[in-house]
Design a protein around this ligand. Structure first.
Ligand code: ZN
Length: 261
């Protein structure tokens, strides 16, 4: 480890998880709780020259994600680490929405740091950002948020009620009398236990064509992708642009991590 090249922290196109792991090796995991100035001094003391603000943002985000569970449970913390993983400075005064590529890179980096399921609030936040970008489909590694972007629904074939599918027992809310004067009860009303079981489930909208088109184009090299000027391809083009950024970060990781193993 002592032979890690002295300009390692100054390389252009660094990767946050590689930088963090380099600090783990050089300083032991203790550094994750240090003040940034202490970490800075320790690295400089080992002969590593000054690094850019962008690199510091990546290192700080790694420390947050390695130390706490907040990025998995709190949308604001998730947003800040996603911004910082890209080497940008999070704006704590005015919270901007995240771009698709920031969330894709962010989730991938977080999974490299800790394997923790994301909480509902963060999933909803990711879906809300996608909606803001007018996206109808979330590719990997964000597909797990799809139920919050394109919500599951049901139609009751008994009464015709169409509603979001948050049913715990698969029975139509209206037919089973689950709401009494607008108040939600725990189960079907007495005498209505068997009602409303004939339901058809469906998604809020169709997105299979987008997923399929994206899936068929993402494995092609950029030069071989040709898109049409229709609604599907406009969206697929935006998904691809984010996928290329995600891949660029993944390839940085795969290359750079070898230097610190
Ligand atoms: Zn019904």
């Amino acid at each position: 480890m002592t032979n890690l090249r002295k300009d390692f922290f100054q390389l252009e196109n660094q990767h946050p998880v590689v930088l963090g792991r380099a600090c783990d090796k050089l300083l032991t995991v203790e550094w994750r709780t240090w003040l940034p100035s202490v970490t800075r001094n320790a690295l400089e003391g080992l002969g590593y020259a000054k690094m850019s603000e962008s690199t510091w943002q990546m290192i700080a985000a790694y420390a947050t994600a390695a130390n706490t569970l907040l990025p998995w449970t709190d949308p604001i913390s998730f947003g800040s680490v996603c911004t910082a993983f890209m080497g940008n400075i999070p704006n704590f005064k005015q919270f901007d929405h995240l771009k698709l590529y920031e969330m894709m890179v962010g989730v991938e980096c977080l999974r490299l740091i800790q394997q923790i399921p994301f909480g509902t609030d963060v999933k909803k936040f990711i879906a809300a950002n996608a909606k803001f970008e007018e996206l109808e489909y979330l590719p990997d590694p964000l597909t797990f948020c799809m139920p919050f972007l394109c919500r599951p629904m049901y139609k009751c074939n008994e009464c015709g009620n169409v509603d979001y599918d948050d049913l715990v027992d698969g029975q139509c809310d209206l037919c089973s009398g689950r709401y009494e004067e607008g108040v939600l009860r725990d189960g079907p009303a007495p005498g209505l236990e068997d009602r409303g079981k004939d339901i058809t489930r469906f998604d809020e909208y169709e997105y299979a064509h987008i997923a399929t088109r994206f899936g068929s184009l993402k494995s092609l090299s950029k030069d071989n992708v040709s898109l049409n000027l229709n609604k599907t391809d406009v969206q697929v083009g935006r998904l691809l642009a984010s996928e290329y950024v995600r891949r660029e970060f993944r390839s940085r990781f795969d290359t750079l991590i070898r230097e610190i193993l």
